[in-house]
Design a protein. Sequence first.
Length: 407
Amino acid sequence: MGPDLQRLPCLPWLLLFVASLGVGPVANGQETNKWIYRGKEIVADFVRVTDNGVVLRNASGKEAEVPFSDLDLKSHLQALKLADPEAFSKPLIKADVPAEIAEPEFTLDPAELLKSPFSANTSIEEYLSKIKEDVEKRNWFILWHCLPNKMQTDTALLVEKAADKLGSSAVTQVRTIMGNLNTIVRDKHEYIMAHPLVTAQPELAAELEKIWPSFAGLVAALAAEDLWQPENFKKENVPTFLAKFIAATAPYSVQLDAHTSQMVERLTGQPSNNKLDYRILSQSNGNAEVELLAGPITSPKLTLRKTGNQWIPGKEMSDMRQALDKALASVDSVDNSVASRVQLALIAINGAVGSLADANSQQDFNEKAQTLIDLFKTLAPENGPGGAPNGGQGPRGGRRGGGRGGP
């Protein structure tokens, strides 16, 4: 019996060397009965490997042990491979290669976003111009400053009530899910691009490659742990949470919007126009009539009245007030069983996403991706959030999933 090759101290390095450079007569198709012994070529058949060298048989049938130290590197590798071909035929585990993340073209400061840019002297032109400018940067927090104080307070209260119904464990589950999604987008990019759903659509694959750095940046921003802390959803902290959320995601949202517009133009041959604009029809004594334009769509005429620092569309704000009141009442009346079903759905999603993040081969990734797809079909509205498999426990997942992150 020859030696246990796994115990040879040089073998791990040699395996890596062979795999990366393709050295060795067996690897490159050269004859396997030629050896370089003390700098000279000899012809002999391989017999076996010993602890100290390789036993070779010459043409006359005589066997002799040749020390490894007398063989060149290629002959040394050839002996090891002939002794255990399977050890050299196993594919190397491919290390995850992090996806490229796009650099943001601008940054937003959450502390600055929290400050209202409007004053009692803000004209309708200045008001609408500021909204347009910030929406183009995907600073949706500007719309928070367009709400009356009572609406701001009650919107924050709605968030707090909903979070309380779901419990702090739901926030923890979301935090874990986002972390796993970031791992998938960052480290499993090659698996995603080689998935049958992507490879079957070459145009889609090409577009995905273009947007991936921006998409990876957006997901990384969403995965920031400080965004998903239970205390963020207390009513006094909601404005700060929203400002941080928007500041983190806006730069990548702008990039993705630009990519999407270019993609639509390439695929349809038509120019894409989704920018917000406005048209002031009339104004006098603190009143104004305006139209908002979102690309080719024009809103019905809005009547705005200057109230404090804001220009308020009376009818539309009244409708929003009624909708907010209904939402507050609905949250108060939610049965605990509904919250439990949502929690179970989050646990199931956490398990499936965590398992996908742990995939270590294309086949493993494809199978776990199908599990996640099937799970979302089960959780579709017609099935309800209580339709999670395994009693809501989620599929058997990897170390990151399974809902273990919940308190």
